[in-house]
Design a protein around this ligand. Structure first.
Ligand code: ZN
Length: 141
């Protein structure tokens, strides 16, 4: 990797100083393999543990991941439809009984997954962009 810079004792690094409470020029005083362990601040002459910003950023990225997972719920259309076969989506018709079915194909909203039967004539269906309450068992006569 051309961008990776390796340091040696005596090198100068620009990093945060706990005493100065700001980014300061430091001299590397202790190394372990390719990692900087301790640095001496040129501002206050104190020696402290080197705070690697790249490491902090990496840790943060990892801890952010579960948040994305938590967002997917029972009502996640992508997750639900991924488990279903094409023939499980039945053309939607409000007079049909969908209580034993899982999926519908709606002319306007596309493929939907029935997540809840609300009443004999109503069901909750999750579509790609929205959750709708649709009629079922509905007879105009
Ligand atoms: Zn300092």
């Amino acid at each position: 990797m051309a961008t990776k810079k390796t340091y040696a004792i005596g090198d100068e690094v620009f990093t945060e100083c706990g005493k100065c409470k700001s980014e300061m020029h430091h001299i590397v005083t202790t190394m372990k393999d390719d990692e900087i362990i301790k640095v001496m601040c040129k501002g206050c002459n104190s020696t402290h543990v080197y705070r690697d910003k790249r490491k902090k950023a990496a840790k943060k990225a990892v801890s952010d991941k579960p948040k994305v997972k938590r967002r997917s719920s029972k009502k996640d259309w992508h997750k639900l439809t991924a488990e279903m076969q094409d023939d499980e989506f039945i053309d939607y018709n409000m007079s049909e009984d969908y209580s034993q079915l899982r999926g519908i194909r709606h002319k306007k909203f596309g493929n939907g997954v029935i997540i809840k039967i609300l009443a004999t004539t109503q069901m909750e269906v999750v579509f790609e962009d929205s959750i709708k309450v649709l009629m079922q068992n509905y007879n105009l006569n």
